[in-house]
Design a protein around this ligand. Structure first.
Ligand SMILES: *Cc1c(COP(=O)(O)O)cnc(C)c1O
Length: 562
């Protein structure tokens, strides 16, 4: 049933949330990884909490790619054909924007996001694939993170400037805040300035909230001054020209920083790292979360419904899981594990089983995440498996099409997988997406994460696992610095960042193996009771806090309405 547009009162919306990607459903291939999933979870929680928030992003007519891994371990990328008409409603509103002197028209599509209490919040997808646009301009909203700087800047112009214009045309006249989820949408600040008659910058600044996500300087988008001037023409007025270029570049992070009254990093540690990267700016932190109900699998949803009624509206209730009988925790876990095991067995003709200790690792394949770390010393891993009652490993994750190194990591995992074949069952699930993530974060026994410090701004999949009672085993970086209690919510790998001497890669590999061998695997097989105690604490201590309901409430109190 199509709900009529009149049910959304654009005039009453107070916050516009801008993100280059929004992951709302695996059928809408408009996201690539953590940033998009966070945006989707944030908007879901806002709707559940009945907050008047509108999301805004690009449509990506060609989707993010479908991943196939061939017999050599190479990633093959395929276009995703999808029909926006099946999920979104085209809106009659069109706005235009001048890029390189051409008038580029933008059309808006509406997605209705249903909150748990029936509140419907809008998400707007911007689309330039229109007959009246030039061939090039039609492609601007085709690919997520595709092509060159010119293409990327065109996309950011559509998102930031086009986004503000579309909101206006929809009748969003009471917006109090414009929240930039990462710097991609930061051009919106200039459009807001342009609309003011005096004290432009100060007035725009009052309305802007900026969340930075990248703890490495190279990860921040920047564009050459001449490219920006060519593309935006007289939009770059003499008035702003003097203030936005640094070393002849437009750095989107600095734009967000300078024009926002509230700026935050996505975990306490990331706030610190950001403050040292951008001295002189006031940067707070609001630690990320995930949407509790969305990421909790059916068996645990039922268990929580039985013992913790109301948990889905108020995930703080998850702290009371400590009173739920251990047998029931284990039963719920086994149900999800069996589902995952039968999924991989069927799809890849394997013979995994639901008794064997199973490690999960799934993320975008970027080199700093060190996806193949577990295979650093294959003989050692084989020995660990041999000396225990068995070991299974399940991987997933796409590499960006242009990330050759990331693809090599996948290739090395596939090669290692072959070499341990008869002793350890390993599976690499292709085409990691929201649906596969749901299987994985509920169906393995432990969630492994071993990024290179301090590159993990937050990380979120360990939070999804925690909601399903799955302990976390990770480098002390990002959110894990806040969620880690050794032997209570999981285990650390390597040194604490406050230690006088930081662990090296080799020491971290050693720690990974020895904890698996001497602490984690023996506990799993021989001390089931104490293992389930850790499962309960993962939910009680980490599920109850690392969720987007808590996170959105912090944005409301500290950033939106302060
Ligand atoms: C949660 C999720 C991510 C992000 O995981 P991180 O641990 O934050 O890197 C990426 N892709 C999918 C499909 C996810 O569900």
């Amino acid at each position: 049933m199509k709900i009529t547009e009149s049910q959304i009162d654009f005039n009453n919306l107070l916050v516009a949330y801008f993100s280059m990607e929004i992951g709302i459903d695996s059928k809408l291939p408009t996201y690539s990884g953590g940033l998009g999933i966070l945006a989707g979870d944030t908007l879901r929680s806002a709707a559940d909490l009945e907050l008047p928030v509108i999301g805004i992003t690009l449509l990506y007519n060609k989707g993010y790619f479908r991943q196939i891994i061939n017999e050599h371990g190479d990633q093959i990328e395929e276009h995703v054909d999808w029909n926006p008409n099946n999920y979104l409603n085209p809106l009659p509103n069109k706005v235009s924007i001048k890029i390189e002197g051409r008038d580029v028209k933008i059309k808006a599509w509406l997605y209705r996001l249903n909150g748990i209490t029936g509140k419907v919040n809008p998400i707007i997808f911007l689309d330039t694939d229109l007959p009246e646009n030039s061939d090039y301009d039609k492609t601007i909203t085709h690919h997520l993170y595709g092509n060159d700087d010119h293409y990327r800047l065109a996309q950011e112009i559509i998102l930031g400037i086009g986004g503000v214009r579309v909101l206006e045309s929809l009748g969003c006249t009471n917006l109090k805040k414009y929240h930039m989820n990462e710097g991609h949408s930061a051009l919106l600040t200039l459009e807001l300035c342009r609309r003011e008659s005096k004290n432009k910058m100060q007035k725009a600044r009052e309305k802007c909230v900026f969340t930075t996500h990248t703890p490495v300087p190279a990860g921040h988008d920047q564009f050459e001054k001449h490219l920006v001037e060519n593309m935006l023409g007289d939009f770059i007025t003499p008035e702003i020209k003097g203030g936005i270029f640094i070393n002849n570049k437009l750095n989107m992070t600095y734009l967000g920083l300078r024009f926002s009254r509230f700026v935050n990093g996505v975990a306490k540690k990331h706030g610190e790292v950001s403050r040292s990267m951008f001295p002189g700016y006031h940067i707070e932190s609001i630690t990320n979360g995930i949407h509790s109900y969305f990421w909790t699998a059916e068996p645990f949803r039922k268990l929580f419904d039985k013992y913790l009624p109301g948990w889905e509206c108020d995930p703080f209730n998850l702290r009371y899981v400590l009173g739920v009988p251990k047998e029931e925790i284990w039963k719920a876990h086994l149900k999800s594990k069996k589902k995952l095991v039968s999924f991989v067995n069927k799809k890849y003709k394997l013979d995994m089983d639901s008794e064997t200790f199973t490690i999960g690792f799934a993320r975008r394949s970027a080199t700093y995440k060190r996806g193949d770390m577990l295979f650093s010393d294959i003989d050692r891993l084989l020995k660990i498996a041999e000396n225990s009652k068995g070991l299974q490993i399940i991987y997933a994750g796409k590499a960006h099409p242009k990330d050759w190194e990331g693809k090599q990591v996948i290739k090395r995992i596939i090669e290692a997988m072959r070499s341990v074949k008869h002793k350890i069952k390993v599976c690499y699930i292709e085409n990691y997406d929201i649906d596969i993530a749901k299987f994985l974060v509920s169906g393995v026994d432990i969630w492994l994460n071993n990024p290179l410090r301090p590159k993990e701004a937050s990380g979120t999949s360990g939070m999804k696992a925690a909601h399903n009672g799955i302990p976390h085993f990770s480098i002390l970086d990002g959110w894990w610095l806040e969620g880690h209690i050794e032997n209570v919510t999981g285990w650390s790998i390597g040194s604490h960042p406050s230690a006088s001497k930081h662990s090296t890669h080799e020491e971290e590999v050693e720690d990974l193996y020895s904890k698996l061998e001497y602490i984690i695997i023996p506990k799993f097989y021989n001390e089931r009771d104490s293992w389930i105690e850790i499962m309960r604490h993962s939910i009680a201590i980490n599920g109850s806090f690392f969720n987007t309901h808590r996170m959105v409430q912090q944005y409301v109190l500290n950033a939106y309405f302060k």
